[in-house]
Structures are given as C-alpha cells and as structure tokens.
Ligand binder design. Structure first.
Ligand SMILES: Cc1cc2nc3c(=O)[nH]c(=O)nc-3n(C[C@H](O)[C@H](O)[C@H](O)COP(=O)(O)OP(=O)(O)OC[C@H]3O[C@@H](n4cnc5c(N)ncnc54)[C@H](O)[C@@H]3O)c2cc1C
Length: 374
C-alpha cells in the first residue's frame, strides 16, 4: 500500500495549488481526480479574470465582507502573478470598470481606497478612444483598473509540473470507492483498484464534494449549487470591460476570444449540471449588446457552470467564501470561493497541515511547546 502525508481528492485549482504547495514543503502528496483530464470543471469553465478587488470591494453589500474578499483577491492576484507571470495576458492593457449608478461614484471610490484597490477615473471621451466600438453612454463613472486576464491552462500546467518535480503523484481517471479510517480504496476506469493511505485527506472536489463525503462518511455537507452563464465569442475589445452594477456584462479576453459573464446571474439549482438556461443566456447576450450594440456573432457559444457555497447559517444569502471544514477528523473539505482567492485558501491549508504533519528535523519553537494550564 502506498502511503502519503496528504491525499488530495479533486484536481481543480484548489487541489492543484494545494498539491504544489504541500509537495514544495517536502510532504509526500497524492492527487486523485475522477475525470480523465485535470481541472475540467469551473477551474477552466470561467472567465479567467484574475480579480484585484475592483469588483468585489463595491459589489458586496456588507462593507466588512466586501473588503475581506477584495483583500484576499489582491493577495491572490499578487501571488499568482509572481508564481506564473507567463500566464498573465494583456499585461500592458488596463481593463475598464464601468459604473452605471451615478449616485454611487463617491461611495465606490471610498470603498476602493479603504480596500487598497488601485483605480484611475477617466472621461467618456478617453474611454471611447480606447474602445471605439463600445457604448459608454450608460456609464456614469469609468475607471482604469488593475485586474488582468489569466491563462488558467498555463497556470495549471505550472502547478502540476512543480508538484510533480517535488514528487507529487497524480491518479487521473480514478474514483474513490471506499474509506476506512485514513485509507482510501481507489479504482481506475478499467476497474483496477488499489489502497492508499495518508495522515490527512483534503477534499478539494468542488461541486462533487457533497456526494463524495456523503458516500464515504455518511455525512451531509450543507452545500448549495449556483448556476451562472458565460458567452464565448470573438474578441470584442483591446482591454477587458466590466460593469460594477448587478445584471450587467463583465468581459475578459484570451487571445482572439472574449469570455463574458453577467453580474449576479447566479441561480440556485438542485444539482450541479452544466445545462444552459436559455432565458438566462439571453439576458447575458442583451447585456453584451448594451455595451457593444453592433455585436452579432452567430458562432458565439453559451456555456453554463456552477459555483458552490456552504450554507453557514439560517441566513439564506449566497456566500461564495473561502471555506475549510473538518466534519470528520483528518478529512478536510476545502473550497476557494474564487480562483483568485485560491492562494489565500491554500496558504491557510498549508499552515493547518504543517501543524499536524510535523517535521522532526526542525526544532519546535517555544510557542509550539506551550500548553495552556487550563
Ligand atoms: C461561470 C463561472 C465563472 C467564474 N469566473 C471566475 C473568474 O473569472 N475569476 C475567479 O477568480 N473565479 C471565477 N469563478 C470561480 C472559480 O472558477 C471557482 O471558484 C474555482 O474554479 C473552484 O475551484 P475548485 O478547485 O474548488 O473546484 P473545481 O474546479 O470544481 O475542481 C474540483 C475537481 O474535483 C474533481 N472531483 C469532483 N468529485 C470528485 C471525486 N469524487 N473524486 C475525484 N475528483 C473529483 C472534479 O472533477 C474537478 O476536477 C467562476 C465560477 C463560475 C462558475
């Protein structure tokens, strides 16, 4: 039986980054992914928008939560740019953030200042020069932001390559069949099974976490699924353009292609499916036409994807927050909230794992030895 320090179940951005960081601190790591390719879910079916707090600092009603998310995004943004500068696209172009609600301009600027978000307000005339095809008549405020597009495939390649170079093993197209304490029975697509074990198991399996945890541990994780849509079309502008207001379009670009989402599009669904809801997709297309009135693209494709959250309390509000939970000792659930927040999540996970999988070669600090008299 192969034994590891940590087994990670799920190879989206959260699983891959955790694997990279834990293998880099010298731990023996295995990653189990049920699909034949890595990161085939939301980790690649997204806008590839490496946030820098611009959107979240002013779109979340509670100031405290807005600043917390914005700061985590700034943290993640910096870390990913340092780790994989090759994956950052259109570095020399600053995306435009548009604000329709003129009454909010001062409040939004204050929030950005408080959260440490960089911005520069520009005139409509200047915006029209930057993107002549766009209609800026509805934007009461226009700002240059420091958000960027990221090539997620390149990022994941580097995460996998670095993790492998540090000894991480990947079991792709493998199902987790059964758990026995800290042992997992896993099976490949030909029905060949093996048992592996670890000191800790991390479930970074996104929307698959609830059913997996239920199957293995008989415990319900109060997880919800929120469907939102994207349009993939020919590239529409030299730089990203996104509204800050709800029910408006937000677009980032990847080479010749634009990927466009719709603010506050999320609709709760019973199970995590990628079926497109036609009227939702049409709302998004109308949002694109409000910025680019001439936009016609017969070849454009609508896609749907699912975000997950944990229902934390009776408060039914959607919370796409970073979450680390350990409902069964040693079996840790990890959700990043956003791709951009994954560095924050994974740093917290490394701290947690390091405490439990100690290295006897390195001296303990006095504070590690301290135990409270109580
Ligand atoms: C439409 C949309 C647009 C978004 N746009 C952005 C954006 O532009 N910027 C941003 O920062 N964030 C964005 N997000 C959020 C971001 O994409 C997600 O938060 C992030 O990708 C989640 O990563 P994850 O690793 O937790 O989950 P996932 O990407 O879902 O990865 C989970 C992995 O676990 C595997 N798995 C599941 N069950 C099992 C099992 N039983 N056994 C083994 N493996 C299993 C899956 O196959 C998958 O590979 C967007 C999300 C959506 C839905």
């Amino acid at each position: 039986m192969n034994t590891y320090d940590v087994i990670i179940v799920g190879a989206g951005v959260a699983g891959l980054m955790t694997a990279q960081k834990l293998s880099q601190i010298g731990l023996r790591i295995a990653v189990i992914e049920k699909k034949p390719t890595l990161a085939s879910g939301p980790s690649t079916r997204n806008e590839g928008w490496l946030h820098r707090g611009t959107y979240h600092a002013c779109s979340i009603a509670s100031k405290d939560s807005a600043y917390q998310v914005a700061r985590r995004c700034i943290y993640g943004h910096k870390q990913l740019r340092n780790f994989c500068p090759e994956a950052i696209e259109d570095l020399d172009k600053r995306p435009l953030a548009l604000l329709r609600d003129g009454d909010r301009i001062d409040e939004v600027k204050d929030r950005w200042d408080d959260a440490g978000v960089s911005f520069r307000q520009i005139s409509r005339k200047k915006a029209r020069k930057l993107i002549p095809d766009a209609n800026f008549d509805r934007a009461a405020g226009i700002f240059l932001s420091k958000d960027v597009s990221i090539n997620t495939r390149l990022l994941y390649r580097k995460l996998v390559g670095t993790a492998r170079a540090h000894g991480c093993e990947f079991f792709v197209a493998h199902d987790v069949v059964r758990v026995n304490g800290m042992e997992l029975l896993i099976m490949d697509q030909d029905g060949v099974s093996s048992t592996i074990s670890a000191d800790r198991i991390i479930y970074a399996s996104g929307a698959g976490t609830r059913s997996l945890y239920e199957k293995l541990h008989g415990k319900d994780i109060p997880m919800r699924y929120w469907k939102s849509h994207l349009v993939v079309t020919r590239r529409l502008a030299p730089m990203g353009v996104f509204y800050l207001d709800p029910h408006e379009a937000a677009m980032m670009h990847h080479g010749d292609v634009s990927v466009i989402g719709f603010n506050e599009d999320a609709v709760q669904c019973e199970s995590p499916s990628y079926d497109v809801v036609p009227d939702r997709a049409e709302n998004l297309r109308n949002g694109i036409r409000r910025i680019f009135p001439e936009w016609r693209d017969e070849a454009a494709i609508d896609i749907a994807c699912v975000k997950v959250d944990l229902l934390e309390s009776d408060d039914n509000a959607r919370s796409l927050n970073v979450a680390i939970r350990e409902p069964v000792p040693g079996h840790i659930v990890a959700l990043p909230g956003k791709l951009t927040e994954t560095p924050y999540l994974t740093d917290a996970l490394v701290g947690l794992i390091h405490k439990t999988v100690s290295d006897p070669l390195i001296s303990e600090r006095p504070c590690d030895l301290y135990t409270s008299a109580a």
